[in-house]
Ligand binder design. Structure first.
Ligand code: FES
Length: 149
């Protein structure tokens, strides 16, 4: 009974993020941007970041996707704004493990995004949940390569 109430709460939070996504739109002064699509359905996301030094000052996303991908992008942008790049990388790692049911530590840095752990039971939806996180991973990787050049 308690579990079903919890599942209902999770469903409510996911629906809230998908129907009223946070940080939706483009970012005029972005200095990192990437468009990524989910090859299994063709849905696409554009992720915009403004990095100042080692910190993510702003993050926004646009595009179209299912409720899971939209909710995940909304939660992800909320969680990474204000974080340092190493902190964001740690969150990406945790999230990718979480949706595969492999996150061993109970304490993590994912905030609301932890709610998407249920996706692990639906392998076909994992790509939906990870789309925005993979976009974030790639932007941070490109930034790292640029600063190493
Ligand atoms: Fe396309 Fe989920 S069905 S991103």
């Amino acid at each position: 009974m308690a579990l079903s109430r919890l599942e209902n709460l999770y469903r409510h939070v996911i629906l809230d993020h998908s129907s009223n996504p946070r940080n939706f739109g483009s970012l005029e002064d972005a200095n990192g941007m990437l468009e990524l699509n989910n090859p299994t359905c063709g849905d696409v996301i554009q992720l915009y970041l403004r990095l100042e030094g080692d910190r993510i000052e702003a993050a926004k996303f646009s595009g179209h996707g299912c409720s899971i991908s939209t909710a995940s992008a909304s939660m992800m942008t909320e969680q990474v704004i204000g974080k340092t790049v190493p902190e964001a990388r740690e969150m990406i790692e945790e999230f990718l493990l979480l949706v595969q049911g492999k996150l061993a530590k109970e304490e993590n840095h994912l905030g609301d995004a932890e709610i998407l752990s249920g996706v692990a039971k639906f392998p076909a939806r994992i790509k939906c949940a990870t789309l925005s996180w993979k976009a974030l991973e790639r932007i941070l990787l490109e930034q790292k390569e640029e600063t190493n050049e």
